[in-house]
Design a binder for this molecule. Structure first.
Ligand code: ADQ
Length: 470
């Protein structure tokens, strides 16, 4: 018999029925099993509260809390999105270290821990999401909470030498070891986390693969996130995406879909598309790039120039190559309904997913799920997206190498039907099998095993190697 399932994420799903893979998956899991979802409401208040505002979820409870303006600026915009996000995306140079932000971030986690501690029971299984709450387990333990605490890091784990740029880097081992299960997207991330423990602490690796540090035993494992592949595939087939775009019959389509974030490599992608057009020879097809990039975190300074940069690059490429009846780059700066997005992926000949650094990248999986298996498009995927560990049948590129990406575009647009089908068949198998339901079930099963106090049966060999105990 297990205790209640509890989710903590930055925002609760408070605006009607949830949309989007992750929120839907967590919602479904709570609806099925019952439980509580804690997170911020999105409202700003004058004074920090001491208890939650409950609202009814669908078969579970939602308990929201409001941020003060100081917390919103210091915890959310500041330490989470202007320090930890760039740090974890290999952009320590973009960290905006502002006096007081760390204290506000920690203070918010301590306040949340106090409020949660009054409600948690020892047999609860708490699943905490993302870098907003890295210290939450340590704060909960300080409040005497003994429940099973799991965490999932949706973004990459920083390399040790990047981590050293964070003034508070020495707190990471205690924060992480206060969880029972520290989940990461990829083996690469697990390796980075273990390397941190190996090189900066006296953590011990036990026979079962778990780690022991400062008297606590915990596990660091990868759980590659997936999408709701079957429903996405069904949605994609409902409409003809090409007709939405008014494409000429012989016009080929390349698609990119990303939040407007510096980690997504949009500038180099547009340059690479320009490179493809520049090197195009007589027989090469005429292709358009549809780049959908809704704004995000516009209050964070590091995001303010991206939009201008992309408008300049797309303007340059269009200025050079447009014709009376053709605009090579269509750049859409807003969100698109999911069903439309699915049919646009399906209409595309190439999916261009070229982040400089990405935890997983769900767009790569959505693109594959949306394809017509009889006539599939080609996925071009950055070697720095977490998805690459599961999607080796894509055309893998280095997003810093614009020439290589331009050449990959040419290869993809000229690829035979036979090769496209063969690559897609390999990709879709993984996307369908390792879907979001599989991810949720695997993570929660691991939590349940840990809650039951059983030992891991599958020692992590990579971990053994890295900690020199192989
Ligand atoms: P993100 O950085 O947001 O997620 P990603 O995994 O690509 O990146 O997910 C983006 C989602 O937003 C996709 O489902 C996509 O369809 C949707 N989206 C993007 N642009 C859109 C638009 N214009 N209109 C509608 N929908 C749009 C973080 C990490 C990732 C990790 C996920 C999940 O940075 O590495 O894969 O969490 O763990």
């Amino acid at each position: 018999m297990t205790g209640r399932n509890i989710i903590v994420s930055n925002r609760v799903p408070s605006d009607g029925p949830p949309s989007g893979g992750l929120v839907v998956a967590l919602h479904d899991c709570l609806t099925e099993r019952g439980g509580i979802w804690y997170g911020t409401s999105g409202d700003i208040v004058d004074t920090a509260g001491t208890s939650f505002r409950p609202i009814a979820g669908d078969g579970y409870e939602i308990r929201m809390f409001d941020l003060t303006q100081t917390e919103y600026e210091g915890y959310y915009l500041g330490y989470a999105n202007s320090v930890l996000w760039p740090l974890c995306h290999r952009r320590a140079d973009l960290m905006a270290l502002q006096a007081g932000d760390f204290e506000t971030y920690l203070g918010l986690n301590q306040r949340l821990a106090r409020m949660m501690a009054a409600e948690l029971r020892p047999d609860d299984q708490v699943w905490i999401h993302d870098y907003h709450f890295l210290p939450l387990a340590a704060c909960l333990r300080a409040e005497g909470v003994t429940a099973t605490l799991g965490y999932f890091h949706h973004i990459p784990f920083p390399a040790v030498h990047d981590l050293l740029a964070l003034p508070e880097h020495d707190l990471f081992p205690d924060w992480i070891s206060s969880f029972d299960l520290f989940g990461l997207q990829t083996q690469r991330d697990v390796a980075a986390a273990l390397e941190m423990f190996r090189s900066t602490t006296g953590a011990e690796q036990l026979r079962d693969g778990s780690l022991q540090y400062h008297g606590r035993q915990f596990e660091v494992r990868s759980f590659p996130i997936g999408i709701d592949a079957a429903s996405f595939a069904a949605e994609a087939a409902l409409r003809d995406g090409r007709s939405l775009l008014n494409l000429a019959p012989d016009e080929r389509l390349v698609i990119g879909v990303d939040r407007l974030d510096y980690s997504k490599g949009l500038d180099n992608r547009m340059r690479a598309f320009g490179g493809y057009l520049a090197a195009r020879s007589e027989g090469d097809p005429r292709a358009s790039l549809l780049q959908i990039a809704p704004p995000t975190r516009e209050e964070v300074t590091a995001y303010q120039n991206i939009r201008n940069d992309l408008e300049r690059i797309s303007g340059e490429v269009n200025g050079l190559y447009s014709d009376l009846d053709w605009t090579p780059i269509r750049y859409i700066h807003r969100g698109i309904p999911r069903d439309t997005l699915a049919s646009l992926y399906r209409a595309a000949d190439v999916g261009l997913v070229t982040p400089f650094c990405d935890g997983m990248n769900l767009v790569a999986k959505e693109f594959v799920a949306a394809q017509d298996p009889h006539d599939p498009g080609v996925l071009i995927l950055s070697q720095f997206a977490g998805a690459v560990e599961q999607m080796e049948a894509a055309l893998i590129v280095n997003p810093y190498d614009i020439g290589e990406m331009a050449a990959a575009l040419k290869t993809a647009l000229a690829m035979s039907l036979e090769e496209r089908r063969a690559r897609h068949a390999k990709l879709i198998k993984g996307v369908m099998h390792d879907d979001i339901a599989h991810w949720t079930a695997t993570y929660l099963d691991t939590m349940t095993r840990l809650a039951a106090g059983t030992q891991s049966k599958t020692a992590d060999h990579l971990a053994d190697k890295l900690l020199g105990q192989d």
